[in-house]
Design a binder for this molecule. Sequence first.
Ligand SMILES: *Cc1c(COP(=O)(O)O)cnc(C)c1O
Length: 409
Amino acid sequence: MAEHDSEGLGIGTRLVGAGRRAEWTGSADHPGAVVNPPVYRASTHLYPDMAALRAHPANEDGKFYYGRRGAPTQWALAEALTALEPGAEGTVLYPSGVAAIMGALLTVLRPGDVLLMIDNAYEPSRAMGRGLLGDFGVETRWFDPADPAAFEAAICARTKAVLLEVPGSLTIEVCDVPRLSAIAKAHGLTVVLDNTWASPLGFPALVRGVDIAIMSLTKHVGGHSDVMMGSASAGPAWYRKLRLRAQGLGNVVSPDDAALMLRGLRTMGLRLAQETGSALAIAEWLAAQPEVAKVLCPMLPGSPGHDIWARDFTGGCGLFSFVLKGGTCAARDALIDALALFGIGYSWGGFESLATPVDPAPIRTASPWPLPGLEAGDRFGVRLSIGLEDTADLTADLARGLAAWRAAL
Ligand SMILES: *Cc1c(COP(=O)(O)O)cnc(C)c1O
């Protein structure tokens, strides 16, 4: 396949071509001989002679050196993700999304610094603030996702970075990333965004003011619930620093896993479009059910942050939540137990639908739950990850779940 500049090509075309360098998919006498980069299983990389070993290039991308710096399978995935992220100079791969978040934070923060973290961040990100970052002398403070003024007021002389997530985990509220980034920039902070929900297909983070864009590739890129990985993409100011810190931490991903990620990536656009459409249809249906107090789905008009989503995003995904009217934890659990087509389990973004309980009250520390506009008793939620099943079947399943809820009240 001829190499070409991907500028100007549509997203489907770029998803097909990304990372498929001819030199990585063939031999010197037959470049591009196979469609996919082969799986290079390699810890040792060999040199033809001593002169070559001594002359090896100094830590450049895409050069054989030693297994921990990867080989063409991992390079192809990193290059593909860079090609999909406008403004990125490069992408670093990590063994999980959590490792990517920690790898980025350990790149931008030093002992004595303060990190501001959005209050609806993924719980393991919050745990980093309470745990490992604290042990290393970094103080974490949380702020209300819906209140940019509170964010600005929380900035002090020691604040060095902000960790955003859009939309936030569990409650799926959309924050105003361009506005928060502008405030952060005015105070010299580095903006790190967990962009797992939208991916660069739905939210081109770096051109919206973010410095480091992170994804749990475990979700949409893998797409099949069988592989874990994370990524951090950045422009010239941060890419090399991220890479050096990841090397220092010993991060490396398996070539088999990288090949699975590349396979998932090719169909990610299709899956996201399908899941977004199904999620919106199911969200609309749920919003019309008497048992439901509020649907938290950015694509649905009236959801928290829908207007920001409509302004800033070019796509969505299948992950959203809904809050039940009053009721009990046991009734909510009965609802989930009654679902036949939704698996009960963590993670999301796979081809199969999942349901999990949403109980943000003990987690949030800087913003209210229930959300403004809900009654005090409207606090039991369900998070759905909509997969590729037929929407009518999923809706019928949810109707069974709501019947179980009514029966358990
Ligand atoms: C799942 C998830 C992560 C962590 O990813 P892993 O690959 O499971 O470590 C990070 N952020 C968000 C928003 C997630 O949903």
